[in-house]
Ligand binder design. Structure first.
Ligand SMILES: CCCCCCCC/C=C\CCCCCCCCC/C=C/C(=O)SCCNC(=O)CCNC(=O)[C@H](O)C(C)(C)COP(=O)(O)OP(=O)(O)OC[C@H]1O[C@@H](n2cnc3c(N)ncnc32)[C@H](O)[C@@H]1OP(=O)(O)O
Ligand SMILES: Cc1cc2nc3c(=O)[nH]c(=O)nc-3n(C[C@H](O)[C@H](O)[C@H](O)COP(=O)(O)OP(=O)(O)OC[C@H]3O[C@@H](n4cnc5c(N)ncnc54)[C@H](O)[C@@H]3O)c2cc1C
Length: 616
């Protein structure tokens, strides 16, 4: 199919090599080549062809995705794929923006076995689980409790005579609920999205399991019932930590898809007139459309950068823990908590902005933006609700203030809290990314000190830390967000500095995105900068001008920047986001193919006929 002339023209501009940026995003040319190979292994294999999942009922969708997920597993076994990133490539190429039915087996059942099973148990369960000879799920949440783990009611009473645990969900609120991939007892019913996953309920009534079913690499129960505590009790939270550490990159992936669709479509879509008689411009030429999408384009790159960094950091910490060193577990936990919370929340807002920036067609499943949205938003609740996780990060920051007062060294990711910040010169409209980072770190430091003063005062008055925290939860959450934004910006600036050395042309365009991210973040909290007397009105006016100027620099690069995400059309599955931009012809073809247009209109006639018989 010929290329849409608008997109053809967009791809003749640009100042950087798209392919080199794709290699950077993938982690090197070899990784890109391997990803292309794996995608083609899926796209050329007829077993992965099937009905358009957007037209399927919930039951049909579950069945079709299960069929494809099994095919994904067979393909990874056939190709001897062990690497989770490579497995995810095959999975994503097959799932058409859905979450597959066996995802929880991989991310929430196999992972804890790997983390907490002893060698015997690994032989018994981890090896067959990795081969899908046993399929598992993660049944923690109950009808009455999800966030408050210490409030869970399920019981595991040890029967010393039989060396067994007797499992019970003693109350209705104890019923296990939301259990992804729980095909045993029952499905909890239709959901907002996640239609590919059968989230189940599980009632336990005197279910007996052997003593050695308790994963014993950390804590264990001896034959006489004595409980041997793990060296570090927090390791039992490790399986949640693993998924949280992975979710920032999942958020970046979903936002990158949405931005690709919205920016390509905004170049194809012509609407209204700027100068009468001069034709309808591309909607991406409107400043308002740029203001919707370019900060999100910058955000997608920022989130990808920090998502990769978080996975590397978490993997390092897990290796240290495997050698018995727990000193970075707390930092890992609060970084994963803050990044998972902020990135997934901002991503779901961003996908929604991408959807309505495409007008009516964004609302059609032909765009796939609704599909990406409803499957993504779960990540702001699942695996730790947003506020819950931000409070974890906030409590850690309050401890950092005490550490500072006591002269205890801080963890690297919060070292900036011990720095002094000053800004004397007036900002013009070309503030560099390092100065923007300093400002964002300054705000986080000031906010942390400000919140800590309130919490301390409350603690003095009540002597109860939980009460003190509970009274200031709103500003504690904002404090955690401010810190997390400092972590994101620091990762982005660090990566761009590195790329500026290795590939100046790519680095330059990324530094523009980094400035857009930083300026947008500062303008979103401009009141704080005035209140803390770090910025003046003139500074803010100048960086507002800078933002609009940056949009003009990014406008000719925008399509190339989303092309660099390198989503195959069959992976993106969006008519609005097609690489060739042939939207209208394919929208019409897709609509005509809808089963709704094929169904017998008998129903319509039957009921309308009743009206005609009535005396209107
Ligand atoms: C071939 C096929 C290949 C397939 C490949 C698949 C790839 C797929 C890729 C992409 C597709 C999309 C994937 C999407 C997947 C998403 C699936 C999600 C499914 C959802 C699952 C779930 O939701 S499971 C249930 C999750 N539940 C929670 O998160 C509960 C949240 N609540 C808590 O964590 C705790 O209650 C809370 C931390 C809030 C409170 O803990 P508590 O002990 O009550 O009290 P507290 O004082 O706060 O903490 C004590 C102490 O412990 C520290 N701590 C707390 N948590 C952790 C932790 N996780 N790690 C480490 N430390 C922790 C805390 O800081 C305290 O420390 P101190 O202050 O005492 O020092
Ligand atoms: C798509 C999806 C898949 C899931 N898959 C699984 C799974 O496979 N296995 C599993 O075990 N669970 C699963 N879950 C459950 C998930 O882990 C919980 O929904 C999540 O932990 C939130 O807990 P909750 O539902 O009890 O919400 P609640 O904690 O009841 O939250 C309700 C509201 O109360 C607020 N709140 C609660 N406590 C506090 C507090 N201390 N301070 C301030 N505000 C508070 C929250 O911020 C929120 O606004 C899944 C959920 C979803 C949506």
């Amino acid at each position: 199919m010929p290329m849409n002339p608008d997109l053809e023209k967009e791809r003749q501009g640009g100042t950087f090599d798209v392919e080199q940026l794709t290699h950077i995003l993938d982690g090197g040319r070899d990784k890109t080549l391997k990803r292309h190979f794996l995608e083609q292994e899926v796209l050329k294999d007829p077993v992965f062809r099937g009905p358009d999942t957007r037209f399927l009922s919930r039951e049909e969708l579950f069945g079709e995705l299960l069929r494809k997920h099994v095919a994904v597993i067979k393909k990874t076994q056939e190709l001897s794929i062990d690497d989770i990133n490579e497995a995810s490539t095959i999975y994503s190429a097959a799932m058409n923006n859905n979450v597959g039915p066996l995802t929880l087996h991989s991310v929430a059942f196999v992972a804890p076995l790997d983390l907490m099973a002893d060698d015997e148990q690994k032989k018994k369960w981890l090896i067959p689980a990795k081969k899908y000879e046993i399929i598992g799920c993660y049944a923690q949440t109950e009808l009455g409790h999800g966030s408050f783990i210490r409030g869970l009611e399920t019981r595991a009473d040890y029967d010393v005579n039989t060396q067994q645990f007797v499992l019970n969900t003693p109350t209705e609120t104890a019923i296990k609920w939301w259990v992804g991939g729980c095909v045993a007892v029952g499905d909890i019913g239709p959901k907002f999205g996640f239609g590919g996953v059968d989230n189940g309920y599980l009632c336990l009534n005197n279910v007996r399991i052997p003593r050695d079913n308790l994963l014993a690499k950390t804590g264990k129960v001896l034959e006489d019932g004595t409980y041997v505590k793990p060296e570090n009790p927090k390791v039992v939270y490790g399986s949640m930590l693993g998924i949280r550490a992975a979710l920032p990159k999942v958020g970046a992936y979903n936002l990158s898809k949405a931005v690709t669709i919205a920016i390509r479509y905004s170049c194809v879509r012509h609407q209204s007139e700027i100068k009468p008689g001069c034709g309808e411009p591309q909607v991406l030429d409107y400043q308002t459309q740029q203001h919707k999408l370019f900060p999100l384009l910058a955000t997608a790159y920022a989130f990808h950068t920090v998502g990769v960094w978080m996975l590397d950091f978490h993997s390092t910490v897990m290796n240290e823990i495997n050698e018995g060193h727990y000193h970075r577990l707390a930092e890992d936990h609060v970084l994963a908590a803050g990044l998972k919370a902020v990135i997934n929340w901002k991503t779901h807002e961003g996908i929604e902005i991408c959807r309505f920036s495409c007008g009516g067609h964004g609302y059609s499943l032909a765009s796939s933006l609704p599909v990406i949205y409803v499957n993504h938003v779960a990540n702001s609740t699942a695996e730790g609700e947003t506020v819950i996780l931000l409070l974890q990060t906030a409590v850690y920051l309050m401890k950092c203030v005490i550490d500072l007062e006591q002269g205890t060294p801080l963890d690297p990711s919060v070292a900036y809290l011990d720095q002094s910040f000053s800004k004397s010169e007036q900002w013009c409209s070309d503030v560099d990314m390092h100065s923007l980072l300093k400002a964002i770190q300054f705000r986080s430091k000031k906010f942390t000190e400000y919140v800590s003063s309130f919490v301390k005062k409350e603690l003095m008055a009540t002597g109860n830390q939980q009460l003190a925290f509970n009274k200031h939860k709103v500003i504690l959450v904002e404090c955690a967000k401010a810190h997390t934004e400092a972590v994101i910006m620091n990762a982005f600036v660090t990566k761009v500095d590195e790329i500026l050395q290795s590939n100046p042309s790519v680095g330059k365009v990324l530094s523009l995105l980094c400035q857009i991210y930083g300026v947008t973040e500062i303008l979103a909290h401009s009141g704080d900068y005035i209140q803390y007397e770090y910025l003046r009105k003139i500074d803010l006016d100048n960086i507002q001008d800078q933002l609009f100027k940056l949009y003009t620099y990014i406008r000719p690069e925008a399509v190339l920047l989303v092309d660099a995400f390198d989503f195959h059309d069959e992976v993106l599955k969006s008519i609005l986001g097609r690489y060739d931009g042939q939207v209208y012809e394919n929208m019409f073809k897709w609509a005509k193919a809808s089963p709704f247009n094929k169904q017998d209109q008998g129903t319509f006639r039957k009921y309308i006929q009743q009206l005609k018989q009535a005396k209107l």
